[in-house]
Design a protein around this ligand. Sequence first.
Ligand SMILES: Nc1nc2c(ncn2[C@@H]2O[C@H](COP(=O)(O)OP(=O)(O)OP(=O)(O)O)[C@@H](O)[C@H]2O)c(=O)[nH]1
Length: 163
Amino acid sequence: MSYNYLYKLVLIGDSGVGKSCLLLQFTDQRFQPVHDLTIGVEFGARLIEYKKTKIRLQIWDTAGQESFRSITRSYYRGAAGAVLVYDVTRRETFNHLASWLDDALQHSSPSLQIILVGNKSDLSKRRAVNYEEGFNFAQEHGLTFLETSAKTGENVEQVIFIL
Ligand SMILES: Nc1nc2c(ncn2[C@@H]2O[C@H](COP(=O)(O)OP(=O)(O)OP(=O)(O)O)[C@@H](O)[C@H]2O)c(=O)[nH]1
């Protein structure tokens, strides 16, 4: 399909925070509860139209596991945006944000747009990180912030359109 622009986005964050599910929700508008661990890199793409311009979004989903961190340099090459994801039910994924952010800033172009996403907002009973904490982290680091649910689809579209 023809397009005017190609926009590369990368998904980053700890293993299990829901990156693959966010990707699936965005490209296919569906949720698949059991998802294999991402091995290496997966891709998704979607064509969007903004002010009569066709933009092909190419979304890269990497494995969150430590052992895959070495591929990050090539992963960030050419990326215009990054979605930094944590899981609102697992505090350790929030605690690791600074290290992900360092990685992203070190390996990407200075113009990289980063959005912070607190995923699994549907699991309100198991919440371990509140909205304000996410919001404050984002403010401190100059990022935009959203909470999403890859399960219900809440705010998933907004992530892309904010970037
Ligand atoms: N309730 C709920 N569960 C979710 C949500 N997003 C993901 N999950 C579940 O969380 C688990 C991990 O999701 P993945 O998308 O595989 O996580 P990942 O970040 O891609 O993990 P890696 O591939 O290891 O980096 C799966 O069992 C999903 O079903 C969500 O928004 N709500």
